[in-house]
Write a protein that binds this ligand. Sequence first.
Ligand code: ADP
Ligand code: MG
Length: 246
Amino acid sequence: MNMKEPVITIRNINHYYGKGALRKQILFNINLEVYAGEIVIMTGPSGSGKTTLLSLIGGLRSVQEGSLKLLGKELFAASQSKLVQSRRNIGYIFQAHNLLGFLTARQNVQMAVELNQRISQSQAIKKSEAMLGAVGLTERVNYYPDNLSGGQKQRIAIARALVNQPPLVLADEPTAALDKQSGRDVVEIMQRLAKEQGTAILLVTHDNRILDIADRIVEMEDGLLTRDAKNLPANNKVNFPVSDHH
Ligand code: ADP
Ligand code: MG
């Protein structure tokens, strides 16, 4: 792959749900590029189409109109097996951590390694434990999700998403279920690991308190991308003051 080529290139994407008279357009002429190592935060009201766009980029839904390239490979009209291949380049983090409750922290991460790489079990274990160490869970590798806090579970989900060093991580409201400090910790860990690994991150959030970790902020409104701008720290302070509610 050409290194200057974006990880994601989206051109004139439209998307519709429903059939016949119920057919409704959800995404309107979306254009977007995300480059290697870039952290892009997507904000916007509930129902504006953020998850739909993420699911198209993630190869979880077929592109109906327009062009969507992941690492230079076109997803429009791609076969199911091409979509499966393309998903191997992506780490996913969802609002709910989606961990398997009958597996320990280490086993949850290890499963992602073994599904993706031809690797010995002992190597997979080493890799998983190292990644859990990187998210601050060295002491918790043998715990089951039920015995961990929301923030700890989401950190396992981060370890699982990043353990194969994917070029792209898609995160859909990863801090929504967390308290302020855990949410902050979780995105800072994502930011650090992404910068270390050169991973691009596209993160959907309603959480104004984490906007400063972004290199760029894009905004969705009624199925349109209405803002796409570099994140300037000075503006950030003016636009998003920390407020105390009494
Ligand atoms: P967001 O993530 O910004 O909240 P979504 O992409 O989930 O927005 O939803 C965008 C619009 O599409 C909403 O009006 C939602 O009700 C509708 N929608 C989402 N998923 C489906 C679906 N599977 N079938 C029909 N409509 C859907
Ligand atoms: Mg959503």
